[in-house]
Design a protein around this ligand. Structure first.
Ligand code: URA
Length: 192
């Protein structure tokens, strides 16, 4: 088990190095403090994919350490999980200036590396946090309709959820996100 984790960690480190050496999104890199690659258990059953690092993430080098991350931690605790149990990353791995949405071109540049990350981790379930992550793999789905329903592509199961930052200050979205989140344990049990 420990050997598998160490092997996966080494493969993930190689992907992080490739992002730097391939010169992905040079203008985002120039405005960012550092690469925010992803953290957590490389052998996790559950992998979360957000949009892009914000200010706190850019400074700390870890995804979801700000207000949205705190809310995510509360939801994880509600299903008996802690951050070290899961793996968490973003599509875009440098902070876009002023927290603007990443462009379609920036997302496209990062997708091959996200694919490689998922291939190494091989989670049972990839949870999309927000519409950007959903639309990377399912461009025709709308988060307002697809949230809370597991979807499959090429043998990989995905669960679209509203983004915790969008739900933070919107009581209706917040309630929906909490309800969708509570389905995760049951969904995991159905995946062999
Ligand atoms: N929002 C995201 O999508 N990712 C982060 O890491 C933080 C906030």
């Amino acid at each position: 088990m420990q050997q598998i984790q160490a092997d996966k960690q080494a493969q993930l480190a190689e992907i992080a190095r490739a992002i730097e050496s391939d010169g992905v999104t040079p203008s985002l890199k120039a405005g960012a403090t550092q690469l925010v690659f992803g953290v957590g258990n490389p052998d996790a059953e559950l992998m979360f994919v957000g949009e892009a690092p914000g200010k706190k993430e850019d400074l700390s080098g870890e995804p979801f350490v700000g207000a949205a991350g705190k809310f995510l931690n509360e939801m994880l605790a509600s299903i008996g999980l802690e951050r070290p149990d899961i793996y968490i990353s973003n599509i875009v791995k440098y902070r876009p200036k002023d927290n603007r949405d990443p462009t379609a071109e920036e997302i496209a540049e990062f997708v091959p590396y996200l694919n490689r990350q998922i291939d190494v981790i091989r989670p049972k379930l990839v949870v999309f946090l927000g519409r950007h992550a959903l639309n990377v793999y399912f461009p025709d789905l709308k988060i307002s309709q697809a949230h809370g329903e597991p979807v499959e592509n090429n043998g990989q199961m995905y669960l679209p959820l509203f983004h915790p930052a969008a739900a933070l200050y919107n009581p209706r979205l917040r309630q929906t996100l909490i309800e969708d989140f509570s389905l995760i344990s049951a969904i995991l049990k159905t995946i062999t």
